[in-house]
Design a binder for this molecule. Sequence first.
Ligand SMILES: C[S@@+](CC[C@H](N)C(=O)[O-])C[C@H]1O[C@@H](n2cnc3c(N)ncnc32)[C@H](O)[C@@H]1O
Length: 296
Amino acid sequence: MADTLRASRTAVLVCQGRAAADGLVVPDRFADPTALPLLLPDERVAVEWVRTGEVPRQWRARVDYETVRAMAELMVPRTVAIDDAVRAHAAPQVVILGAGLDGRAWRMPELAGVAVFEVDQPASQQDKRDRAAALTGPPPAFVAVDFTRDVLGTALAAAGHRADAATTWIWEGVVPYLTTDQVAATVEALAGCSAPGSRLVVNFQLPAGSRKLSRLLARLLSASTGRSSVFANEPWLSFWTSATMGALLSQHGFAVTEDHNLLDVAKALRTQVRHPASLVLSAVLVAEFQAVRANT
Ligand SMILES: C[S@@+](CC[C@H](N)C(=O)[O-])C[C@H]1O[C@@H](n2cnc3c(N)ncnc32)[C@H](O)[C@@H]1O
């Protein structure tokens, strides 16, 4: 199980990826000026190397550089696919599930006037609140929820979320950290506070035989720098195909309307792809909420 007593390190890593790409990679389609301000000074160092193309010679620094560069490659198509789905569907409420250091509440002009809620486990959320003091603009409503033990609908309602008004749910980079049962329970909870017209945008990891080997290599690489892997306390626990995720969503009244593989998105954006095996194993589904299907 993921360690939810500490702030997420993977949230920092994906934020570093966005900061490294901001304004440099397909700037007409991707921008995240909130990412760099959300990072602490030591977290910005590798970002700067990637941005300037200064390849460090020292081994530990080189590992950091390669890790952030690979993350930038993944974050651009992931962010574009999700932003497009959010923009295409105006809703009076947006809930960002497992928000980490996501800057959408501050950076997307389309969310001005929208009630934005950020849900995350308490330690990650406190870390975000501290860092977000560096951002300008109205903050979202922060709702502390651990998906493995808290009741999402109750916490959201207490923060002012309305179950009778449409919501766009953004669930990015979180599904792998939950077990299959926890993912299913969370989708059920989302359906329980979704009005017709709500939309779910969910990102998840596909199953692959090569995963164990690549995780082992990543761990060895981290060990070679004398540090633990960022995934040590945040292991991946569930993998889904578009079919299995689509079936779960459909069971709870969400009909899939779009299915994006991130390698296809990257190819369409014409970004440089050095790690196709990583991109091809990540997907984004968009689903519209109609009604909860009666159990038969
Ligand atoms: C890789 S980060 C992704 C953050 C953000 N969605 C993004 O894409 O930038 C994973 C996030 O999931 C959150 N998370 C993991 N397990 C959780 C749980 N059981 N309950 C609530 N949040 C959780 C972490 O706190 C972290 O913010």
